[in-house]
Write a protein that binds this ligand. Structure first.
Ligand code: ADP
Ligand code: AMP
Length: 214
């Protein structure tokens, strides 16, 4: 099963993608996580990506596409994958289609997690990420057992650099301009599925399972 998660930054794509990956036993591929791991490890790609990420801009397509297409060649992708944060532009979607068509495959579902901009600003302000394992929490909606410490690995929690309010506003306008057109793109392909992302995370997930099947 090949799934794409669509939605504004902070809509809950990562939260849902992790649950989908666990239930359907497929890898969760997050381009944002891949870039953050590169930044943490001090790679050249990480340094290039950080310049854009810190400003709330998209990393150029040429730095993203090959990286994702190469990732599909790993053995854990045999049964499919859930893509979180890719594609984010029409050229990325076209590159994905081309790569899949070449091997006789295609995307099965593009799930759009719908959340209005006002809720997004609220969500991003409360998001916390673990420096150790990258797990995501929210100070109100998904708090850790011990404040400031990851439930999974005990690592310290931080506010992502790009979750500061000025950057979030930029990211939202970039989303509306460059990523939202993908909703029409996948609607035209007949594989879009819309879910209400404003309800409790478990209810969002139940709606997704209703679409993907048990
Ligand atoms: P994205 O991957 O789309 O950027 P995340 O999955 O990281 O978004 O979610 C953004 C923030 O909102 C996180 O702090 C997360 O815990 C919280 N969150 C996710 N889904 C919900 C929901 N349905 N209700 C309330 N908060 C949520
Ligand atoms: P995310 O973790 O998905 O919110 O991504 C964080 C940041 O990484 C984005 O704001 C972009 O700067 C960059 N990024 C992640 N995925 C992509 C992509 N597919 N194309 C361009 N930039 C991306």
């Amino acid at each position: 099963m090949k799934i794409i998660m669509l939605g504004a930054p902070g809509a809950g794509k990562g939260t849902q993608a992790k649950m989908i990956a666990a239930k359907y036993d497929i890898p969760h591929i997050s381009t944002g996580d891949i870039f953050r791991a590169n930044i943490k490890n001090g790679t050249e790609l990480g340094a290039k990506a950080k310049e854009y990420m810190d400003k709330g801009l998209l990393v150029p397509d040429e730095l993203v596409v090959d990286l994702v297409i190469d990732r599909f060649k790993e053995p854990d992708c045999e049964k499919g994958y859930v893509l979180d944060g890719f594609p984010r532009t029409i050229p990325q979607a076209e590159a994905l289609d081309k790569a899949l068509t070449a091997i006789g495959e295609s995307v099965d579902y593009a799930i759009n997690v719908e959340v209005p901009d006002d809720n997004i600003i609220n969500r991003m302000g409360g998001r916390r990420a673990c420096v150790g394992c990258g797990a995501t929490y929210h100070i109100v909606y998904s708090p850790t057992k011990v404040e400031g410490k990851c439930d999974t690995c005990g690592g310290d929690l931080i506010i992502r650099d790009d979750d500061k309010p000025e950057t979030v506003k930029n990211r939202l306008s970039v989303y509306h301009e460059q990523t939202q057109p993908l909703i029409d793109y996948y609607t035209n392909k007949g594989i879009i599925a819309e879910v209400d992302g404003t309800v409790d995370m478990k209810d969002v997930f139940n709606a997704i399972v209703g679409i993907l099947g048990e």
